[in-house]
Ligand binder design. Sequence first.
Ligand code: T46
Length: 150
Amino acid sequence: MTNVIPGGVGRVSPCRLVDLPEHSDPRGKLTVVQPGKGIDFEIRRAYYIHHIPQGAERGAHGHRRLRQVIVAVHGSFDVVVDDGFTQDKVTLDNPSRGLYVGPMVWRDMIDFAPGTVGLWLVSEPYDETEYYRDYETFLRDAKAMTGDLR
Ligand code: T46
């Protein structure tokens, strides 16, 4: 397992870790989410997941256009990213460090610690037609889009 994206998973728009500005003083820490400060898209929607049952997994989909930054605001979980060619697993456990995931990346969220709260900052309104829910269809389109038709 790694905590970086060494080969650059995401042929269309590479995944990467994003540091959000953190302000620390004796009262605690404050993390800022602001476009232009680690986030290079307009945030048009946010949602968070919580009360995650032990052993639950989420994701199992890809997006055609959507860009997002995923943050473990509390607790931790792993994100498995797969662009149809390369896979990696990233552990999110720092509220001031997010994972950027661009279009044409299949993702699974696994191994949630008890009490985890995960925040998603995303570039598009919710649109189910924009999802890939079938891995074989995702794979076919990912290979065609990047010119690899093997
Ligand atoms: C992701 C993971 C972590 C909405 O009405 N609006 C929304 O913005 C979203 C994200 C969901 N929903 C509804 C649609 C479903 O009835 O909430 C229900 C659960 O959504 P979904 O089945 O898409 O849940 P996941 O875990 O498969 O995926 C969601 C996000 O869609 C996805 O982008 O990364 O949470």
